[in-house]
Design a protein around this ligand. Structure first.
Ligand code: HPA
Length: 272
């Protein structure tokens, strides 16, 4: 089965459970899944039941798609994403975004937990992603291009939609939530960074660092979707003051930030 047929199969399965028109999609990062509690009239679809979907293995990441109503809009939320470091192919990592587009969705909010490299940030901050640097060492568009999905050489001049970014800032202001802005650098992981790596990443223009998001954003751009990116800064990744870090700490900070994260995303969804 080729990619187009696989996408179609997954789409048909989701339509067999819910075929309502969906306004926007949200990919939830580590520790940020609690927004699904606010989704009403939920249909919960387990990844393992969707043809072609990989299965996520990280703790703190559930493995389900949720379709329902959030602040008056119909949304689909991905609770738990697929990472490259789990050994997934880039095609698997980005497959859900392909399916979302096939469901007719044009706007996607991609979120993550990230280390803060900008010294003006603090753990618990939210950051609007204005741009990214792909240092994963792979690209989901390698290999055969399906012209039906997008161009061989996709434009990335506005990978994160500027107008929607302004909307996020406006919503944050209305809610009195501080929001930082910056460039997200993606590495493959699963190791966190050494101080020497962080020094490099800061010098080349990074404000936050993580192990996700960029593959999904590349594929969304390939299909001309409009992207909003929001990082939750879960730890400060400063070369000269680096403290030992583990995943539990990341999830713990994300959990502390989730109240403002949830209010912000709900407002953005409403105004999209
Ligand atoms: N580095 C990489 N990925 C991360 C970090 C970090 O400091 N925090 C959360 N995800």
């Amino acid at each position: 089965m080729n990619l187009l047929e696989k996408i179609n199969k997954a789409k048909e399965y989701i339509y067999s459970i819910d075929n309502s028109k969906i306004d926007s999609a949200i990919i939830l990062g580590s520790g940020l899944g609690s927004i699904v509690d606010d989704i009403d009239n939920k249909k919960v679809i387990k990844y393992k039941d969707i043809p072609g979907f990989p299965v996520s293995t990280v703790k703190g990441h559930a493995g389900e798609l949720i379709i329902g109503d959030l602040n008056g809009k119909k949304v689909i939320a991905m609770n738990g994403r697929f990472h490259y470091y789990e050994g997934n192919t880039m095609e698997a990592v980005t497959f859900p975004v392909r399916v979302m587009k096939a469901l007719g969705i044009e706007k996607i909010i991609v979120t993550n937990a990230a280390g803060g490299m900008n010294p003006n940030f603090e753990a618990g901050d939210l950051m609007l992603i204005t741009d990214h640097i792909n240092l994963i060492g792979d690209n989901p568009l390698m290999g055969k291009n399906y012209d039906e999905l997008g161009a061989r050489f996709p434009d990335m001049s506005e990978a994160y939609n500027r107008e929607l970014g302004k909307l996020v800032e406006k919503c944050a202001k209305e809610l009195d939530i501080k929001i930082q802005k910056g460039v997200y650098i993606a590495l493959s992981g699963p190791t966190y960074e050494t101080p020497a790596e962080l020094r490099l990443l800061r010098r080349i223009g990074g404000d936050a660092v993580g192990m996700s998001t960029v593959p999904e954003v590349i594929v969304a751009n390939h299909m001309s979707m409009k992207v909003i990116g929001i990082s939750c800064i879960t730890d400060m990744a400063l070369a000269d003051e680096l403290e030992p870090l583990d995943h539990a700490k990341v999830v713990e900070t994300a959990n502390r930030a989730k109240v403002k994260f949830v209010s912000l995303v709900k407002e953005v969804v409403k105004q999209l």
